[in-house]
Design a binder for this molecule. Sequence first.
Ligand SMILES: Nc1ncnc2c1ncn2[C@@H]1O[C@H](COP(=O)(O)OP(=O)(O)O)[C@@H](O)[C@H]1O
Ligand SMILES: [Mg+2]
Length: 157
Amino acid sequence: MPGEADTLALGAAMVSHLLPGMVIWLEGDLGAGKTTLVRGLLRAAGETGAVKSPTYTLVEVHVVSGLNFYHFDFYRFNQAEEYLDAGLDEYFSGSGICLVEWPDKAAPYLPAADMQIELRLDADVPGEGRIARIAAASAKGRTCLAGVMSSGLARPA
Ligand SMILES: Nc1ncnc2c1ncn2[C@@H]1O[C@H](COP(=O)(O)OP(=O)(O)O)[C@@H](O)[C@H]1O
Ligand SMILES: [Mg+2]
């Protein structure tokens, strides 16, 4: 993905393939583009307001197009037990779509992912390039991934 617009476009391409209750993990270093991808996804879903990083709030809730989106960021956790203390399990038990940055910081307590997206810098592209690696981890995830691939923005590894 040569530039930010491409990461936004990948997020946008996912929207029509999301399924109720899906949990999507977004992995990769600071600045890899996790929040950018979520921003593209939420804008395409109809969010006209700001899509802020949940770094300080832990979760940002977006209700758009009749769907609930829960955007998490666990970067600030020092210990995974903080996930339990925050009482966030209920978000993962309904039909809302959960988008989780820094899921490894809440392991092993975090509910399992349907889909995992790993973002990293593309060493072959100077400056802005990113590589996204998408893996499905459930039937829902496989259905969604097949849809994203049909958009032409992703291909089998
Ligand atoms: N291809 C790209 N995809 C995503 N972000 C990019 C890209 N190229 C440059 N950027 C920039 O990198 C930064 C990514 O920030 P952000 O999405 O907040 O990352 P993260 O949430 O992973 O920490 C943004 O400033 C964005 O403009
Ligand atoms: Mg972020």
